[in-house]
Design a protein around this ligand. Structure first.
Ligand code: PLP
Length: 421
């Protein structure tokens, strides 16, 4: 469910008509809905009600500070995966005690930054990282609260590039090795073991992989407690998928996911932490683009947009599907025709959709990519010297540009030509 609906034949973001935003900021642009962000955050809150918990938004899915500030205002914590994300969260007003630091390659500088600025916990992914963190914490005279991310060797049944819970993936330590690693952690100075972390992948469309992983975490909790560790917090990761294709069967709901968590962990007297990204931000954003040309090809027509793979890389990178709809509502029963929908970048990979059925559309008209709020703007680049596109936030009838389009001067002046060239 989202707040991008047709009204009087025009697609709106909440109460703001998209052509109005296009007129103000130009296309292409991203627009996010506060109401959808709120709704999805609250679904998780409600799903975990009655258990001690914190919902930490995975900032890597959408790290605009206005989005972060909005979610933090609702009570969300943040899951960060770099020093940059940590600083962004702080700049958006998130207190250190609500920031969790994940990621497989945290540097000592990043650890120092978080220990000085305040951190809820580090999710440690390897023994060398544990030793580095112990060194940094002792040098600062502080203690670092940690969980160890375990790799449960579970098939998340998602795209291979976003599966993280199989033994061949780079993430976490093998769960069988966990007792030894926890024993080592307990002896290290500057380290306080507080829990266990697991995250098996992204865009999961079934609950079964979560169940398999969580049952292993449950067993490990009992085992580590028997070994004398005070396991009091379980970080269960993110990964719940969203329905990118409206016509497909929908992934499980946050309520069903919450019920599973309750079922597996209710009697353990632990605090639950989850790190959803996509399910909170995905459907809360769309990408709006203009048609530049309609080109008749050999046996197919190309819809050439002013948005490209550098603005939204998911189709090129993961073969991902996004629903693409006209901003002016097509009359019911209008004939559909197949289009290859592409961007202007000089790569054949710059294709958003092949043979996509759409009502006839012409140059200058606007289209919207649905479900583009997660892993959209954050993964964009300036490939082909295409400026990063603006991000707009809408709440009721308010709209604000929350990241402006850079000028060409700003982009070009970033380079320096040395005198010896
Ligand atoms: C990417 C990631 C998430 C969020 O995944 P979603 O599929 O967006 O919910 C959570 N935790 C970690 C450690 C991640 O790497």
């Amino acid at each position: 469910m989202d707040h991008f609906l047709y009204r009087n034949g025009i697609l709106h973001a909440e109460d703001v008509p998209l052509p109005q935003i296009a007129a103000e900021v130009g296309t292409p642009f991203y627009v996010y809905s506060c109401a959808t962000l709120t709704r999805h955050y609250r679904l998780f809150e409600e799903a975990l009600a009655g258990m001690e918990h914190l919902v930490c938004f995975a900032m890597k899915s959408n790290s605009n500070q206005a989005v972060i500030a909005h979610l933090a205002g609702l009570g969300a914590g943040m899951d960060v995966v770099s020093g940059g994300e940590y600083l962004r969260a702080k700049a958006a007003g998130v207190p250190g005690e609500r920031i969790v630091f994940s990621g497989v390659g945290k540097t000592k500088d990043e650890m120092r930054m978080a220990l000085k600025g305040g951190i809820r916990q580090f999710n440690v992914e390897s023994e060398p990282e544990l030793i580095a963190l112990s060194e940094v914490a002792t040098s600062l005279g502080v203690t670092a609260p940690i969980t160890v991310r375990v790799n449960p060797d579970v098939d998340a049944k998602t795209h291979e590039k976003i599966a993280t819970g199989k033994s061949e993936n780079k993430f976490g330590i093998p769960i069988a090795k966990a007792p030894a690693v926890y024993a080592m952690a307990a002896k290290l100075p500057g380290i306080e073991v507080i829990g266990i972390d697991v995250h098996i992948g992204s865009q999961l469309t079934e609950l079964e992989p979560f169940r398999l992983a969580y049952e292993k975490v449950r067993e490990l909790t009992l085992r580590l407690r028997a070994d004398g560790h005070d396991i009091r917090r379980l970080d269960l990761g993110g990964g719940l998928g969203i329905p990118y294709e409206r016509s497909n069967t929908a992934p499980p709901l946050p309520t069903e996911y919450g019920a599973l968590i309750r079922e597996v962990f209710h009697d353990l007297d632990v605090e639950i932490e989850i790190e959803p990204g996509r399910l909170i931000s995905g459907n809360a954003g769309i990408l709006v683009a203009s048609v530049i040309y309609v080109k008749e090809g050999e046996g197919r027509d190309f819809l050439i947009l002013d948005a490209a793979m550098n603005d939204l890389v998911r189709p090129a990178m993961y073969g991902a599907w996004h629903d693409i709809i006209p901003v002016v509502e097509p009359a019911p029963g209008l004939d559909q025709r197949p289009y290859d929908i592409v961007g202007p970048v000089c790569e054949s990979g710059d294709t958003f959709a092949k043979q996509r059925q759409m009502p006839a559309i012409g140059p200058g008209e606007l289209v919207a990519f649905r479900s583009a709020g997660a892993y959209g703007a954050v993964m964009s680049s300036e490939y082909n010297t295409r400026p990063l596109i603006p991000e707009v936030l809408v709440k009721d009838d308010h709209m604000a540009v929350i990241r402006a389009r850079p000028t060409f001067d700003e982009i070009i002046n970033r380079d320096t030509i040395p005198s010896w060239v």
